[in-house]
Design a protein around this ligand. Structure first.
Ligand code: SF4
Length: 209
């Protein structure tokens, strides 16, 4: 059953209380520490990971350990202060076996995501992997064709899909390099040096054929 979250969550602290008490889906039974976004709200850039991993579940942080280091290195490379970025997850609780969230669990958690978008009011979202990308778009997409590109979601927010930093941690150096390039695209949109997702719609159509 979808969770109930007030129309307007006024602060990250209030959101933290709501997430910690949430039992709207089966994941509440196996979590250690539910994840709430970390970083400032509002923030120009929101990073959206799919779900907490083992490490994140222990510390209640959206992206922790080596994976966070990969993201932070890419942000610094693009001259973005990691402290200025909000990082969060599509669902807040980890499955016991680490399985990706089901669509029912994602739907149940949508109210928390909506509350976070309302608090953060990002102009650019960096989605880590195919799942948050397709959820934000509302339909599946060929991830390889849209990765690193600019898409228009939620009425004017630019979505830039990239890989999950966990894949770079597993030793694939090409992934870390691709994340760097994609973060530089997000930085260029933020700085007004590149078209937004809305303005790049025709380019995207041509690219997808
Ligand atoms: S995943 Fe989301 S909806 Fe499910 S229990 Fe956790 S906070 Fe609630």
């Amino acid at each position: 059953m979808p969770t109930t979250v007030p129309d307007r969550v006024r602060s990250p602290r209030q959101h933290l209380r709501l997430v910690r008490s949430c039992e709207a889906c089966s994941l509440s039974a196996c979590r250690t520490a539910p994840v709430v976004g970390d970083g400032p709200a509002p923030a120009d850039l929101l990073v959206l990971a799919p779900a907490p991993g083992r490490h994140e579940d222990l510390v209640g942080k959206a992206l922790a350990g080596s994976a966070r280091n990969v993201l932070d290195a890419a942000l610094l490379d693009a001259r973005i202060d990691p402290e200025s970025v909000r990082v969060t997850t599509l669902v807040r609780c980890r499955a016991e076996d680490g399985a990706p969230p089901t669509m029912a669990q994602i739907r149940a958690c949508t109210a928390h995501l909506d509350a976070e978008f309302a608090m953060v009011q990002p102009s650019v979202v960096l989605a880590l992997g195919a799942l948050p990308t397709s959820v934000l778009l509302g339909h599946p997409v060929p991830f390889d064709k849209v990765r690193g590109y600019r898409l228009d979601v939620r009425g004017g927010i630019t979505l830039v899909p990239t890989h999950q930093p966990h894949d770079a941690v597993r030793g694939d150096h090409t992934v870390a390099e691709a994340i760097r390039r994609d973060v530089s695209v997000a930085a260029a949109v933020l700085a007004g040096r590149m078209k937004s997702g809305a303005d790049a719609r025709d380019e995207l159509r041509a690219r997808l054929g």
